[in-house]
Design a protein around this ligand. Sequence first.
Ligand code: BG6
Ligand code: MG
Length: 217
Amino acid sequence: MIQAFIFDLDGVLTDTAEYHFLAWQQLATQLGIEFSRADNELLKGVDRMGSLELILQLGQKQLSLDEKLMLAEQKNTEYLKLVESMSPADLFPGVLPLFSSLKAAGVKTALASASKNAALVLQKLCIPDLFDYVADSNLIKNGKPDPEIFLTCAQALGVAPERCIGVEDAPAGVTAIKAAGMYALGIGEEHALTQADLVIPAISALDQTLLTKLLTL
Ligand code: BG6
Ligand code: MG
């Protein structure tokens, strides 16, 4: 029986994956690097410096650590401008009813976001109290695709990994969930999330019928 759901944030509960893309795209353009939505798939779920490294690799650019830190800071400033105007209306449809159903079924919930801005986004969405546990990405040594953040959540909830479902929109995140020994529910397109146990187009597709099926896994 499944006893816990562990959620990614960006692109799963709200559309901040798009904000990350727009901010990275602006930086790439400034650096003269072509950066498409397809390229962006590889960045999803990857932490800030890791994402910058991938963009620099794409443009075959080598920069000093100081330059990289400055660029990462610049991207974050752009990202924060987009987050500034967020409100509870930006929560994806179906999230609140899903959490009510999970609570009613006695299923625990955690947030496993790689973002250093996760707490701010939760505040903007007015959902900091929705989770039984929120992982602090500052304390995670190995980012996704390493399973550390999902295992940390499972441990904090006191639930064995095999009794957890991880929910992710990013290939790196799905890899992390599978490496943690959990069931991976992918959000997005099947061809992009080939390692997932099941892929649904959006969190709203996780209705009562599907939830009942998943809870008896
Ligand atoms: C992940 C996003 O949730 O957080 C990535 O999928 C992002 O795109 C990463 O780079 C780190 O976010 P932040 O807010 O710490 O720069
Ligand atoms: Mg994500």
